[in-house]
Design a protein around this ligand. Structure first.
Ligand SMILES: [Fe+2]
Ligand SMILES: [Fe+2]
Length: 135
């Protein structure tokens, strides 16, 4: 069973960003499945790398749309992105350093909140982007 089940309540109404969020949720679920199945460290490490890379690309794309459309909440939102990036990178570093228990079910609960909080925060920008013709 996936850790996070995608449902339409998570949509923000901008196709490219919704697709990114689905992928983000998909990678978090992949990591969760990998832990449950006891996958090797290098396999989990690659999934974590993918999560970090996807997150950085996705945030950059969002920030570009905010700048382009003059979104007023963009400074605070960017700050939130930096915090989210920092926490997932810290997790990546910790795991790569071989710290025992650095990727646990507890970590996955953290990542679940991490992903959902980000998506809910983005939903506040959906109407602004839609009003600027970005669907
Ligand atoms: Fe997002
Ligand atoms: Fe965002």
């Amino acid at each position: 069973m996936p850790l996070i089940t995608w449902n339409d309540n998570l949509n923000m109404g901008v196709k490219a960003l919704d697709d990114d969020h689905k992928r983000m949720v998909g990678i978090v679920n992949e990591l969760h499945d990998g832990i449950m199945l006891g996958r090797a460290r290098d396999v989990l490490s690659r999934v974590l790398d993918e999560l970090v890379a996807h997150t950085e690309n996705h945030f950059a794309q969002e920030e570009q749309l905010f700048a382009q459309t003059g979104y007023r909440g963009r400074t605070a939102h960017k700050k939130e992105h930096r915090k989210l990036t920092k926490s997932v990178k810290e997790l990546q570093d910790l795991y790569k350093s071989g710290a025992p228990g650095s990727l646990s079910l507890e970590t996955m609960n953290f990542l679940e909140t991490w992903a959902v909080t980000h998506i809910q925060e983005d939903q506040k920008c959906g109407p602004h982007l839609n009003a600027k013709g970005i669907q």
